[in-house]
Write a new protein. Structure first.
Length: 294
């Protein structure tokens, strides 16, 4: 690692991240985005012509996805793993408090690992992908959805400009993210076969900036960077950000849009029966097409 690069261990404040999720669970989680993305992930999974007897839902929140996986034909056992115990109190079945960066699972234990909105909080994403590949049985499937770099571009722009104007500087707010073009390569580096990635954009409309910020707190998706400012954002800065947001991105009806870029990652644990992968960087297959193999 180059001297100028931050240590992965310091990138995110893991305790604050867990507390944000605990607060969301305690105050009544805002789950519409997670539910929508989970539905899209299940649609992709439904295209796979095979059964997955043992599955892991990583970043399970209240276990809604785990319950759907458990209802699939041929599924014998599903484990819901979630870093916030408050979320798991509403889940059923096998539950485990676990951080995605420190997976407590033996090698080759799962036929399927599904994850929704957890992996973008991994400081060492390549390392997490290696752990997940090892946790899969040969020919097991990883199917994950994570937020991409264009997520909340409107909010980031408004806060950046408002802080510069009101405070003369900016505080760290933007988590590092991977580009779609790099996602399949990361899977391949982690040892996955047939790596494929695609993206979708979800746009949500809000009455104003306060409503958006309330939803982000309710999702447990607020700033948990290790280098973030620890005091509250000034009221003048927030007011200026709201004005910039409305002026720059506001819609005709006075509402503001919030963009969420979702990256879908698919990879298979290697098995001799699989086709040989294409050379690195040459993956062009759509995710939907990759699922059609039996």
């Amino acid at each position: 690692m180059a001297p100028s690069e931050p240590s992965p261990a310091l990138l995110f404040d893991r305790r604050s991240w867990r507390l944000h999720r605990e607060r969301a669970a305690r105050q009544g989680a805002v789950d519409f985005l997670h539910a929508e993305i989970a539905d899209r992930l299940v649609e992709r999974l439904d295209l796979v012509n095979r059964e997955f007897p043992v599955a892991l839902d990583l970043g399970a929140r209240d276990g809604a996805l785990a319950r759907v996986l458990g209802e699939r034909s041929g599924t014998d056992r599903v484990i819901a793993a979630e870093p916030a115990g408050g979320f798991l109190s509403g889940a059923t079945g096998l539950r485990l408090v676990a951080d995605p960066e420190l997976l407590p699972f033996a090698d080759a234990g799962f036929d399927l690992v599904a994850s929704v909105l957890a992996l973008h909080w991994a400081a060492d994403l390549p390392g997490v992908l290696v752990q997940l590949r090892r946790a899969l049985k040969p020919d097991g499937l990883l199917l994950a959805a994570m937020l991409g770099g264009q997520t909340l571009v409107e909010l980031r722009t408004a806060l950046f400009e408002a802080e510069l104007e009101e405070e003369g500087g900016v505080s760290p707010r933007v988590s590092p993210s991977i580009a779609l073009g790099d996602a399949a390569a990361l899977l391949q580096r982690a040892g996955f076969a047939l790596p494929v990635a695609d993206s979708e954009t979800i746009s949500v409309s809000y009455a104003g900036l306060p409503a958006l910020l309330r939803d982000l707190r309710g999702m447990g998706e607020t700033n948990a960077l290790g280098a973030r400012r620890r005091n509250f954002t000034r009221r003048a800065t927030l007011a200026r950000a709201a004005l910039i947001y409305a002026e720059r991105f506001g819609e005709a009806d006075g509402r503001i849009p919030a963009t969420f870029e979702v990256l879908f990652l698919c990879g298979w644990a290697p098995h001799p029966s699989q086709p040989k992968p294409l050379p690195r960087g040459s993956a062009t297959t759509r995710l939907v097409d990759a699922f059609k193999r039996s």
